[in-house]
Every structure is written in C-alpha cells, then in structure tokens.
Design a protein around this ligand. Sequence first.
Ligand SMILES: [Zn+2]
Length: 621
Amino acid sequence: MGKTEGQLDVLGHRFDQSPTPAIFVGPNQQFMLDEIEPRVTKMIEGAATLRKKAAHGKGSRQFRKVIGGVPLRLIWAGSATQLSGSGAGLVLIDELDRMLGNVSGEGNPLGLAKARGHTFRDRKYGVTSSPKLGVVDCYVCPLSGLTFWTVMPPEDIESPIWQLFQTGTMHHWAWPCLQCETFFIPRFANLKWPDGATATSARRDAYVECPHCGGIAVDADKAEMNARGRYVAPGQRVDSDGTVHGAAADSHVVTFWVSGLASPFVSFGERASDYIEAKASGDQSKLQTVMNTGFGELFSPGGGEVPEWHEVAALRRPYRSLTVPDGVKVLTLAVDVQTTCLYYTIRGWGAHGTSWKIEAGQLMGRTTDTDVWDQLALLVTRPIGDLSIRLTFIDSGFRPGKPFSLPVNRIYQFCRRFPRRVYPTKGRASQDKPIILGKPDVNRKAEVAKYGLDLLWLDTDWCKSWVHERLRWEADAPGAWYLPEDTTDDYCKQIVSEARIKKPGSSQPTWVPRSRNNHFLDCEGLQAAMAHQLRVDLLRGDPAVVADAPRASKRAAVAKSPVKAATPVPSSPAVPARAGTAFATAASAQAKTSAPAKPAPAARAERRARLAALTNRLYGP
Ligand SMILES: [Zn+2]
C-alpha cells in the first residue's frame, strides 16, 4: 500500500503548507471506511501542525475533515452525485482501476473527479492504482540500457491507470545492481527461484537477478537498493553513482511506475510464493491479483500459455497478399460483421490442410445499408489467380459484450444471393460437433423457410482453439498455417487477442479478451470451420509428380467422379468450383490421388465461361 501512503503524504504536506479544499476519491464506501478514513485520522492526529489546525467536532465528520477551516472530503466512485459535488484544488484518486468505468452513465470517475478542479486555477491531481488488464511489451532503451515498458496502443490496454501512465513521462523505479553497479528496472521477469520450487521453498530461495551481469540480489540487499534507487524515464540515463542525465518526455503529466518487488514490507520470497501458489491453483483471477497488486504489472489472461503476437508474425512467408502460392487448391472467405464495416480474411488451402492467408481486410460502410454488401458480393465472386472462392462463412451471431445488434436480415438476404456458397453462422460456446446445421431463428416473414436458408452453428471454442493450435504447429510441417510477408502487426495482434481460460470448478473453458480488437481472430475461427466443412485435411499434393499421364484426361476423370459432402452438414458447397478441384473424401479416394493442382489452359477457359454464366445468373447479364 505504498502508493496510498504517498497520496496521504501529498495531502498532509499540502494542508500543512498551503491548504486548499481537497477531495480524496476511493473506489467505494467500504474502502474509504476501512482503508482511508482511519489513516487520514491517524495522519492528522500524528502531525502536530495538522492536529493544531484540525477543528475537532467543528464541522468535521467521518467523511469530511476540516483542517484550518479548509475541508477535506473523502468520497468514493460509486456515486455520480458524490463525484460531481463542490470543487477542490487538490484531487487525489486512489485505486483508479477498481472504480467502475462508468458511474451511473455520467462518464468515467476520472473525468468526473477532474471536473471538480475546474474552478481552481492552481489545481493539482494525483492518481494512483494497481493496474489491471492489458498486454504490454518491454524494450531495452539503447540510450540507457534500461528495460522500459513499451507504449502500447490504448486499445490493447484495458487498465485506466496504465493508459494514464503511458500519457505521461513514464518514470520507472530503477535499482543499482550491487554487483556490477549498473542500474536495472526490477520487475516480475527478474524474480527467480530454483526450478521445481514449491510455494514454501520459493519463500526461502527466491531472489532477483540482475539483467546485466546475472548477479543475485536478496532481501537483505533491498534496503540499500531502494536507498540508492532512482526514477528514470525513457530519454534519460543513470550513472552508476545515481546521477540521472537527460530529460524525460515533455509532458504536463508526470507518471511513475514502481514494481511491487521494491516494497519494503513484502519479501521476494513471499512474492514468488504467492505467484507459484496462484499458478498452481489454475485460477486466473488469483494469478491476476498477484500480478496486479503483488507486482504492479498488467495482467494478460493466459500468460505465457497463450501465443504472443511475435509468434504469429513468425509465420510470415515470402509471398505477397493476393498472390496464390503453389499448392493452394481451394479458397475460402470469412466475414466478421460490425456496425460500420465488414472484416474479412481469405485463406487458401492445400495438401493436408496446409493453409496460406491470401488477404485480410476491411470493407467500410454501414452494414444496415446495401453498399457494403455489394462490395462483399464482388469479393465473393472475384477470382484470385486461377481460383475462385469456394465457400464463405459470415458470422451473424450476437456476442456478449457486443454493443450493437447485427443487421441479421441483411446478412441472410446476402447469403440467399449465393446458395450453397455463402452461409450465415452463429457461434456457441461449445457443442457436440464443430458445426451443426440449423435454421435461422430470426425470421420476419416466411421467406427464410421458403428459400431454405441454412444456418450453421459453430463451436467457437473448437474454432479458436484450432487457430491457436496452428500457430504453434511444427514449423513447415503438413497442415501449417502461413501468412504473407505483408501481413500487418495489427493482424498478428488480433489473432492472439483472446485467451482460452479454464476456470476452476468449471468444465467449460472460456475465451477472455486480452485486447479489444479480435475481428481477425473471429475470421480465422470461421476459416477453421470451413476447413472442417470442406475436409481440407484430406486434400493431397499435386499428382504430376506421381504420374506423367496427360493432365486433361485425369481432369476429365475427376470431373466425373462424384463429389460428396464430407460431413453431414449442408449439401456440398462444391457447386461452381473449378473443374480440377477434387474434394477428397473416403468415397472419392480414387479422385484425390489424381487431382491436378493447376488446370490446363483449356480448363481455365472452360471455368471462366462457367463463372461468367454463374455471374450472369446471379446478377443478370
Ligand atoms: Zn549486475
């Protein structure tokens, strides 16, 4: 609780030196009653100068202290009325991250509390908190050699205090290593314990390791390291004698981060022990508490078990978007519907279900209007290289937390334009099979029944797990999952925007957000479902290497062989597919060994004619 002490120091100092009306804001009434009020009282009673000024019984109440005639009010974030009361020249906020994001719909507590100072010229604000959820990286600053927290896109950070920290100078508390005399910033990553340590043994054996020399710091060193410690911000460096050089970022907000490891009240061993215990419990909320309040670090659900975006980025291969790598036999399109746009990915599938992202993008336009759907129609019908899109899934499901309702009728209307090629889907947390065939339940008129529109229920846990499994596929083994070299970092981050968490006592895993944008993960989940639907795992390589018979005759044989749906889900979506593509199933095993990968020119012409005919049929000549 060092940060609350810091707030009280500021408060006491101000009331002693130049009193101004002040408010102290906590997360709730209980917190103020248990944590703050007794400490404020103790502070006033403990300091002679304040005690003299404090008006006992005169206007002082439990949550309203009067010191030298100037009020100090203790309020909490639960009530907008409280927060929007009279003004104050000093506004202190503690445990910002524990406050509700929105107090009775009147805005965030920080904004409301800040508004209290607007009538005071020389107003000051102080905000402290343990952080909560977010994904954050570190980087080694070339100037200072110190490892700072990276400034992340605000949408990747759920924690209000961390967002605020990023907008300021970002001072980090640094320690000198007592062995090499070089400063480092202590954080969880520097806390070590012997392999296989238990919560009990780690309590005894944990230590902090210097990132420069590997030197070991134990609890007995902490007092000296804190005494010689310095706040250092990006842009600054610190000499081994503790002299800080350079200027921090020019900001009217001065921000500080201190690791829980620096706390004089809790030993390294206790911190390590708490972590090991929480980890062993399998309870993510316990782990979160340890990371947030124990170390003062952001918590990202799943921790190291969830792939990080760098792992996604490592799947980039030397080909460009919208080019079709050799080996791709089938294209599929996945669409995630938002209010003002559609997100989509196109993926190409080859032997053993190896896949290549062909494109990821966004079509802009209100999805209640027709324009964006016309754009999508072009995407559905646009050939890429030699191939056209075989199957499209559009997510028409509502998701908890989705702040808008989807234009479900527009989605169904669109799907009806492309029977057996484009399907609406809805996600379920889990079900017996990855895909279950259903009927749309939203049905203004009898139209849906009339057109026989199928709705596919998808097991979202299965779909997203499939994607994350592929991220850690053995490098370049059959079934690998590739990205073009021009894939954006944003795409990579979205793919790991959710983590699969098993809550203790619950058999059902849940997917929890780690950062806000998850559209491309949703799209790739739909791709996984299409891979299952089309049984791409049964696709086999180019037979040209197996036999040298003329391709044309083989293709003819393939074209005649029956193409069957591999799963009992809707009728095979193989309709306007290219002539040469055989979907291997158990029943057509013969076909699969002889399916040519690329059709000859004659076949291409034939397919083009078929596509033209299809386009005419769909849109008119
Ligand atoms: Zn060292």
